[in-house]
Each structure stands twice: as C-alpha cells, then as structure tokens.
Design a binder for this molecule. Structure first.
Ligand code: NAP
Length: 283
C-alpha cells in the first residue's frame, strides 16, 4: 500500500511519521513547501509539489486547517487519484464539507472517509489518537492500515459526516472542560494556593481530566505554546454552533466558549494554546 500525507502541522507531522514507521508512507505535502521538503528528506520519501505527485497513492490522508483547505486539496486529488483510491480527512471541518468531499470524489470512483481525531498533539506524538470515522465500512477497511498506525481506537460512527458530527460532540466537552479548568485554576491562584500541591490533589480526585493533566502546570507558568490553537478552537466552535442551533438543545457552554476564544483572538492570542483561556478568567 502507498500512502500520501498532506498537512504536516502539530498533528500531521507526527501522524505521518507513524505511517512511515509502518513502511507505508510514499509522499508528503504541505502548504509551506519547506516543511514537506524537510520531512521528506528526513524520512527518504517523496516531497510532493502538487496533487499530481500523489497519483500513485492508494490512500491519501489530510490533516490541514480549515474547510477551504480540505475542499481545495480534495478537488485537486479527485483529478489525479486512480479509481479505488481512498482520501481520509483528519481535519476538523463541517459535516457539509465532508459530504461535498465524498460527492466530488465519488464521481471518479474514489472513496472518502471523514475521520477527525482527538487526543491532542500528545496523542499524535504517541500514536494514540481516537479516530471518529464516517463513510462506507468497506472504504474504511481499505484505509485502515494507514489509520491504524497512529490510532488507539478507530470508531466507525456511520455514513459520511458521522465522524465530523462525533467530533462536534467531542468539542462541546473539550470546550466545557477548558472553561472549568481555567476558571478553577484562576480561582486557585487568587486564593494563594500552592500549584505544586493543588494540581496533584485535583488530579487524584473526581476533577481529574486530560486538559488539567496535560496543560494545568504549563498554564500556571504562563506557557501557552500549542498544543491546540485558539484559532482552531474558534473554528470548531462555529461548526458546533451551526449543528447545535438546529438541534434545539440549550447551548450555554458553547456560547460562553465562543465568546471567550473570540476575545482571545482579539487579544492577539489566536496562535496560542487553548490553555491561554486562563488569561481571561484571571479578570
Ligand atoms: P497546524 O499545526 O496549524 O497544522 C496545519 C498544517 O496544515 C500546516 O502544516 C499547514 O501548512 C497545512 N495546511 C493548511 N492548509 C493547507 C493546504 N491548503 N494545503 C496543504 N497544507 C495545508 O494545525 P494542527 O493543530 O495540526 O491541526 C490540523 C487539523 O486538525 C485542524 O483542523 C485542527 O482543528 C485539527 N485538530 C487539531 C488538534 C490539536 O490538538 N492540535 C487535535 C485534533 C484535531 P503551513 O505550514 O503552511 O501552515
């Protein structure tokens, strides 16, 4: 099997390395060419300069930024991939974007799986991501060897778009947990509690969670290197809001998080990790 990987950022680069470890990686591509050139040289694979350089791939995985980036890449891949190939998109985008990608590729007999991931950059670096897949079960099986290389779990959630719908639910929980952790730790600071004792105490009880464990100590030191960028979180929350609005649920968590990340971006922190939210909570 030949696998191509497009989008070599905080998530994509470590994921591509796992595909390489399995002996499957053929080509890598990225908007900023230098990143693709560097990784290709290091792993001794092809540095793609255009979609045409993925023409011999059986599976092409994407982990790019926005809906427009996914659509642009899929449109180009639709013209060059062979019938029977599969495109897997790990970016977080709208359900509608997944449907448009699947339709574009289907006219060329190319399969599509929307497969957003959760587990953060740590999950990508450890090859232990939770993958939420939507699309045809048989198409997913064809792509499984590539996805398996960086997944702790692959969940087939349903037809096209079901992966992105699952990720939207995931992001409601992530946004709410971030709100609670940042607010709680900002309060801990104001109360003069010693972080060396506060964090292990919280982690040992019912308040334990991924974000507190991975970002608690760094946010208290004002270190906000991503991780997961505030700009990406705002993108995700806008997708979530679109879905939630039609559902009729009450959206207090989503609304608060949307306002907070918009404010962080206004303050120039769009490229900072989402743990920068503590800056707002400090008042
Ligand atoms: P990132 O660090 O900003 O990386 C995005 C990468 O995609 C960059 O290398 C970028 O190239 C490349 N790219 C963007 N548009 C492209 C295009 N049109 N064609 C080719 N390459 C393109 O972002 P990330 O944190 O890896 O996240 C990637 C996706 O995964 C996002 O949709 C995000 O929401 C999702 N996600 C992130 C996390 C996380 O914890 N970070 C977790 C789960 C899901 P440049 O070098 O030019 O910028």
């Amino acid at each position: 099997m030949k696998v191509g990987f497009i989008g070599l950022g905080a998530m994509g680069a470590p994921m591509a390395r796992y595909v390489h470890n399995r002996g499957l990686l053929t080509a890598v591509g990225n908007r900023t060419q230098a990143k693709a050139d560097a990784l290709a040289a290091e792993l001794d694979v092809r540095a793609a300069r255009s979609a045409a350089n993925f023409a011999d791939c059986d599976v092409v995985t994407l982990c790019v930024s926005l809906d427009a980036d996914v659509l642009e890449n899929v449109a180009a891949l639709a013209e060059v991939l062979k019938a029977g190939a599969v495109v897997v998109d790990h970016s977080t985008v709208a359900v509608e974007t997944a449907r448009r990608c699947a339709a574009m590729l289907a006219t060329h007999n190319i399969g599509f799986i929307d497969a957003p991931v959760s587990g953060g950059v740590e999950g990508a670096r450890n090859g232990k991501l939770s993958v939420m897949a939507g699309g045809d079960a048989e198409v997913l099986e064809r792509a499984r060897p590539a996805i398996e290389s960086y997944a702790a779990r692959i969940s087939h959630m349903g037809g096209t778009g079901a992966g992105q719908a699952t990720k939207a639910v995931n992001q409601v929980l992530v946004a709410g947990i971030n709100e609670a952790v940042c607010e709680g730790l900002a309060l801990g600071e104001k109360l003069g509690l010693d972080p060396e004792r506060l964090l292990p105490t919280l982690l040992a009880g019912a308040a334990n969670n991924w974000f507190l464990d991975k970002r608690g100590a760094t946010m208290l030191r004002d270190e906000f290197a991503p991780g997961f960028k505030c700009a990406h979180m705002l993108k995700d929350l806008r997708i979530v809001q679109g879905i939630a609005r039609d559902s009729g649920i009450r959206t207090a968590v989503i609304d608060q998080a949307l306002a907070d990340y918009a404010e962080l971006i206004e303050r120039g922190m769009g490229e900072s990790d989402t743990s920068a939210l503590i800056a707002i909570k400090r008042g």
